[in-house]
Design a protein around this ligand. Sequence first.
Ligand code: NAD
Length: 463
Amino acid sequence: MEFSEVALEKDLNNMRKYYGSGKTKEASWRKSQLDGLRNFIIENEENILKALKKDLGKHHVEAFRDEVGILKKSIDLARKSFKQWMAGKEAKLPQIALLSSAEIVAEPLGLVLIISSWNFPFGLSLEPLIGAIAAGNIVVLKPSELAPASSSLLFTILPKYLDINGIKIVEGGSDVGEILLQQKWNKIFFTGSTRVGRLVLSAAVENLTPVTLELGGKCPALVDSLSTCWDREVAAKRILVAKYGSCAGQACIAIDYVLVEKRFSSTLVELLKEGIKKMFGDDPKGSNTIARMVNKHHSYRIKGFLNDPKVKKSVVFGGSVEDDKLFIEPTILLDPPLDSAVMTEEIFGPILPIITVERIEDSIEFINSKPKALAIYAFTKNKTLQKRLVSETSSGSIVFNDAILQYAADTLPFGGVGECGFGKYHGKFSFDLFSHYKAVARRSYYTDFWFRFPPWNLNKLQL
Ligand code: NAD
């Protein structure tokens, strides 16, 4: 159906009226919508996996692991916990308020706009939706036009499972996004690029709308000179899956580059090469276990990194690109120039630069010289180094001896700091993000401290 601004405004007015009726605040409404989301995922699992294959070439196991599986878990947690989350929490008032009681009440924010990205088109659309619904909000969701099969499934099928008076899916690209941003919202939740994030923030200024920005950046991983063969192999395997095995590196928390001591770099490169062969075979081009670039534009962008002659010289594995198949071979670079685009821009594809440092501790200075990362990964058993990394660097998350798995943890807040965004979600954090915590104080009409009220005089000061 054609997008129409007039129809949108009418729909939004109706949605606001619906919200005004108080219906979406009821626990029964929240439960029925979470049930609807769950049924959508369960009954359409095959269609979801097919859409992800079509849009991004994701293997169905990868697609299940990263989207369907995590979503089911998140919905189940919200279904089980939302009543407890929405219950008021008792609080205390100071002694001056004798005979009183207080509580903190979570109230929904109202009309929420969710704009999402294409790399995890279901996860990044529905994960915030779960929190918004659990908190009793009404929602307009716009998935990314760059994953059209996924966007279409959300647009055509998901509404059949939800209350369309309170939840609306809109399809479209930047033009539709711009129109949406001109409307009055009570909250905007945006996942995407820093460039569009800035536009979202400036649009929100007009109505002082609270905004959450889930943006990108370059996530470093440092690898200590691990001493046992076992540790080294496990580290290599986890690095590879975090780079090539989750949407082929098109993930905001994918490892962007690796920092390693010079003396250990050739060992690491060999381990990674062997690992790539084990995971994707001798000819990864034929492999159906590695996702494809989302479109030609992104494929050319990655090719552009490799076309820089100085970067080309640093290729120690892979490097081939098949534009027509949107395929980029898993590629490893050793010490590409630090001022080349591959080291200054977010890579968002299957190229892994390895940057050597003299001592692994030098990584801290290197990381701190760059904009804050969404995630820092460190493969090290050195407790002193772990402590230093936690206290001396800043990032959305920091993970030791693994990567990406923090996304699946509903007990941890997921979000950025600095240029990679702000606001935290997942699990209870999502509920908090879409709620206003209202302070409620109740007093009795009995008993007041006499010194609280004028007229004041010196006697009252000398208590
Ligand atoms: P994008 O900013 O181009 O698009 C994101 C969404 O914004 C899409 O739905 C798009 O249609 C919409 N949009 C585009 N232009 C708009 C405009 N002018 N006004 C309103 N809406 C507009 O980003 P992308 O290509 O989808 O995503 C890539 C970036 O997103 C990367 O930097 C990646 O790291 C980041 N990302 C971050 C997270 C996270 O959780 N932090 C997750 C996924 C992707």
